[in-house]
Design a protein around this ligand. Structure first.
Ligand code: IPM
Ligand code: MG
Length: 371
């Protein structure tokens, strides 16, 4: 039996616990039937943690996050915590995990499976066969820049500030991830920024031009303005392979890319740090791109596939188990090919299933995969 692999599971709020429960069933399946065992620690994060402990993540939990092999994260947030001060808001726990583990590279693949072509709100000829990655810088930019917050001007009027700031190193390291990824794919990188308006945009443009020229002359490279990128994604997404961009544009463009695949409920993500030069250990967190969807929480309507595909990214990137990752992805495709759909991806002629039923079908397919 392979050595235990340690995972910290943080289901969070809203639909987080429901979709995580289906992944837990898959983890148990691996435990019972497969050759892979996981040692799972589960803890609270986000609003659920605030309600019990008055903070969005506890120090004990951060210590486990640092010592574990990978973090599997559900979703956080919801209207019940709207009035909580910003430092304790559910999102603060997520941002702290990203920042403290230095998870600067956020891979958000948008893949349109054949069975899902008709679920996209775009015409099928536009999205068929789509396979792109939005690579979002995750630990800097306007999400973390200082100063931020309220200021009172001399005349007494209130002014509120966010700061977009990037260092050269922060841009170079995310660009390198983009070019390395592209070399294993279609060998094409677009760097999206607003160099026509923003100082940081000019900086991103200069540095990306240099890194492309000096380090990756074999990779096809283009600059693209972020607003044009949003438009081109809808017009002709196949022109892209890897889109690398800052934290805020990456947040927005990845929601857009997710929707091309049929639903936000289909898009997984991996957030990676750099491997430690001595131990080789790489911090990593895996989370679906969809949020906590409080409007459907607790109703059994949530699509667990993005959460499950995040788990398969974990198998691939943290545990070097490509065959098991392929197995999970094939099982997802089979279940979709058989016509099982949660409400968000429902199509004519398909069977509407609950979160739990989707999980049961995934397990049946997993059983078949080893027969
Ligand atoms: C995401 C989410 C988060 C973000 C929120 C929940 C803080 O939208 O992961 O895309 O803005 O980064
Ligand atoms: Mg987002």
């Amino acid at each position: 039996m392979a050595a235990n692999r340690k995972i910290l599971v943080l289901p969070g709020d809203g639909i987080g616990p429901e979709v995580m429960a289906q992944v837990q069933r898959v983890i148990d399946w691996f435990d019972n039937k497969g050759s892979v065992r996981f040692e799972v620690t589960e803890d609270l994060v986000g609003g659920a943690c605030y309600d019990s402990h008055g903070v969005s993540i506890r120090e004990e939990t951060m210590e486990i996050a640092v010592s574990t092999d990978a973090v599997l994260f559900g979703a956080v947030g919801g209207p019940s915590w709207d009035d909580v001060p910003r430092e304790h808001r559910p999102e603060a726990g997520l941002l702290r995990l990203r920042k403290d583990l230095d998870l600067f590279a956020n891979l958000r693949p948008a893949i349109v499976l054949d069975a899902m072509v008709e679920s996209s709100t775009l015409k099928s000829e536009i999205v068929k066969g789509l396979d792109i990655i939005i690579l979002r810088e995750l630990t800097s930019g306007v999400y973390f820049g200082e100063p931020r917050g309220e200021q009172i001007m001399d005349d007494g009027t209130k002014r509120v500030v966010d700061t977009q700031a990037y260092t050269e190193d922060e841009i170079v390291r995310i660009l390198r991830v983009a070019f390395e990824l592209a070399r294993q794919r279609k060998n094409r990188v677009h760097c999206a920024e607003k160099s026509n308006v923003m100082e940081t945009g000019v900086f991103w443009r200069q540095i990306s031009a240099r890194v492309a020229r000096e380090e990756y002359p074999d990779v096809e490279f283009d600059h693209i303005l972020a607003d044009n990128c949003a438009m081109q994604l809808l017009r002709d997404p196949h022109q892209f392979d890897v889109i690398v961009t800052d934290n805020l544009f990456g947040d927005i463009l990845s929601d857009e890319a997710a929707m091309m695949t049929g639903s936000l409920g289909m898009l997984p993500s991996a957030s990676l740090g750099n491997p430690d030069p001595v131990t080789g250990k790489r911090y990593a967190m895996y989370e679906p791109v969809h949020g906590s969807a409080p409007d459907i929480a607790g109703e059994g309507k949530a699509n667990p596939l993005a959460m499950l595909l995040s788990f398969s990214m974990m198998l691939r990137y943290s545990f070097d188990l490509p065959e098991e990752a392929d197995r999970v992805e094939t099982v997802v495709q089979n279940v979709l090919n058989e016509g099982f759909r949660t409400g968000d991806i429902m199509q004519d002629g398909c069977h509407l299933v609950s979160t739990e039923e989707m999980g049961s079908n995934l397990l049946l397919e997993l059983d078949r995969s080893v027969q």
